[in-house]
Design a protein around this ligand. Structure first.
Ligand code: FAD
Length: 284
């Protein structure tokens, strides 16, 4: 077994039933994985603000694992972001995932921030060193970036603005991650770059997400996943093998941690960690 810091990401549930389910999931993940933190997504333009805050509060006060809220700045004012930072600080939150976000369709006004680097600068101005700041990284490059070089330069700006660590967009090509980390080292970007790992449980949903966020689903993987059709058990078993191997390879390659996009599910994450050798054998 290889000890490595683990973190898990959730989206804020929409109903009381979803909230109860999330409580059960965080309890299960806390017991099995002993994660470093649980992060909670935040809809750009503040669309999930109240639900995100409620979820963060529940995790922070009940889960026994620190909560790390995501905070996206597009469409927000400096005063609005300052108020959220103060609210989180009052809750004892010490880690934030700072993002630009994407303007929701129909919303035109970008507000006071254009890029995540400006949010990081603002957090440091407003809250000093209180928060540990994570930012997003893109081993396959952000879909809006002009080219790889420009994206790396912009990533470096975020780090120079005060980010302490980065979590990547998910990927299924370990070479993309390793080359990105090498490129960062060459540019003296010396923060931990933790791979984001997306389990494969539902092909339609994964293909939709990947198209929307620019994560590459390699052709061989798409073709194989397509063949399962309605056979969800077969798809999940195959997806588990692929992601457990990717996870094990990332650990071997020296990844400084592992961040799981849980989609508010626990079982597949625990199974991946167990079979990738980052949990004791027999962990339930
Ligand atoms: P930025 O770092 O600002 O980069 C966005 C684009 O702008 C890139 O193409 C970059 O190259 C370019 N750029 C940056 N600076 C400059 C500059 N000075 N001049 C010109 N171009 C520039 N979204 C949400 O809404 N809520 C979430 O909770 C959320 N969580 C996420 C968690 C993770 C781990 C990741 C990887 C993504 C998450 N996202 C979330 C998605 C994210 O908001 C989108 O990918 C968004 O399009 C970019 O956000 P960013 O913080 O990477 O932006």
């Amino acid at each position: 077994m290889i000890p490595i810091p683990l973190s898990c990401e959730f989206f804020p549930p929409k109903s009381d039933e979803g909230a109860a389910k999330l409580r059960a999931i965080t309890t299960q993940l806390t017991a099995s994985l002993k994660p470093e933190y649980f992060s909670v997504t935040f809809g750009a333009g503040g669309s999930t603000q109240a639900r995100s805050f409620a979820t963060v509060e529940t995790i922070q006060t009940e889960a026994g694992v620190p909560a790390a809220p995501h905070l996206s700045c597009i469409g927000s004012t400096r005063a609005g972001i300052a108020a959220i930072l103060d609210q989180y600080r009052a809750l004892g939150i010490q880690r934030i995932v700072a993002l630009r976000g994407d303007l929701p369709s129909g919303m035109r006004d970008p507000g006071d921030f254009r890029f995540a680097s400006e949010l990081v600068t603002f957090i440091r101005e407003h809250s000093g060193d209180w928060f540990h700041i994570e930012v997003a990284a893109y081993p396959e490059f952000h879909p809006q970036s002009l080219n790889a070089e420009a994206d790396l330069r912009h990533f470096k700006h975020k780090v120079e603005a005060g980010a302490n660590g980065a979590i990547t967009q998910y990927f299924y090509s370990i070479e993309a991650y390793s080359r990105f980390v090498d490129d960062c080292e060459k540019r003296r970007i010396n923060i931990p770059i933790v791979p984001g790992i997306m389990p494969i449980n539902n092909y339609t949903q994964l293909a939709r997400f990947s198209d929307a966020c620019g994560a590459d689903l390699p052709r061989w993987l798409r073709k194989r996943l397509e063949t399962f059709g309605e056979d969800m058990d077969g798809l999940r078993a195959f997806g588990h093998d692929v992601v457990a191997k990717l996870t094990a390879d990332l650990v071997t390659a020296g990844a400084p941690g592992l961040h799981f996009y849980t989609m508010n599910q626990a079982d597949s994450i625990i199974a991946i960690c167990r079979d990738a050798g980052v949990l004791p054998a027999g962990t339930q």
